[in-house]
Design a protein around this ligand. Sequence first.
Ligand SMILES: [Zn+2]
Length: 344
Amino acid sequence: MLKKDISLLRCPYCGFSFHIHLEVEGDAKNIEYGTVYCRCDEFPIVYGILYLHKKRHKHIVSSLQSGNTAQALRYALPRYAQYVVTPTIVGSVGLAGIQMIIGFINNLTYYINRQRESESLLIFYPYMVVARQVKGKACVWLDIGSGIKHYYRALRKLHTRLQIISLEQSFLNIFLSRAIDPEKQKTMHICVDAGVGMCLKPKSADIVTCHDAFPFIARQKAVASYCTTMVKRTGIVSFASIPEHQYLSFRSAVNPIHRSLLKSYFPTPPTFIHEANLLSMMGQKTIDFSKVFIHDHDPVFRYMCMWPQVKKDAVYTNVIPKHFIQGKLPPWTKGPKFWQNIVY
Ligand SMILES: [Zn+2]
């Protein structure tokens, strides 16, 4: 984690900024292992990841205070992965090798193959909306629930002054993400549940995305409220791949949400977008969002939501690199219903 970037962050529990306390491993600009403090607690940085869960963090801090980085990493990882997922093993066998090794315990296939699905390209759309406003300026992007694979490198090519803050609740996912990313130091990684509080000061982000992650968050109302508070007045909040109905078994922990309810979580009405129709335009030179707006009673399997509203007459330049479009799996437009009750 770059030292200069720490000033961008806020503690989600007390709201105050962080200061460096301990530097165990790193260099003049970067901290790989160390600790930071705010007004409520001391939190560890492990393998360049700021660990903000209030679970095992004291064990990790204590390991770092005694200079034992390997033990700190073991405390941060889930128990079953502690002795398998080490930086050396990830470096030598790669992500696919790690998946084979721990696949029998925890199946990561979905996270690793997510980029094969066209839905993964939805991450480029919110950038199209603000591209003109942020051109030539520094742009802060908070990405919630980023998983293992991402398009951060491609996004940084589109916008050289892009600062990506990647927030993810699974330490294992971020660890694997950093292990395979040659530009890992350019991304700020935070390990925390998005529902506990704001990790940036109000009105400081140009883009806030929560793609393919919002349905897995329990505290959806709180997260929507934090996102709308952290984004700048000229910025955009984007949630994607939200199902309106339960289409998987309860074991999958998907929390579908109806548009009418999600709408009530925003201070002003957002724009709802038919994401399969939006993706059908992914090869076009310009994207006319007004063609894919959905209204209260339009039936839809999965939808995308942007706040504040996307202008009706705005047509944006498509920025999705062509080589990403080829070979993508088509968007998922219907799913089985394993369970249906009065709510879903
Ligand atoms: Zn704090």
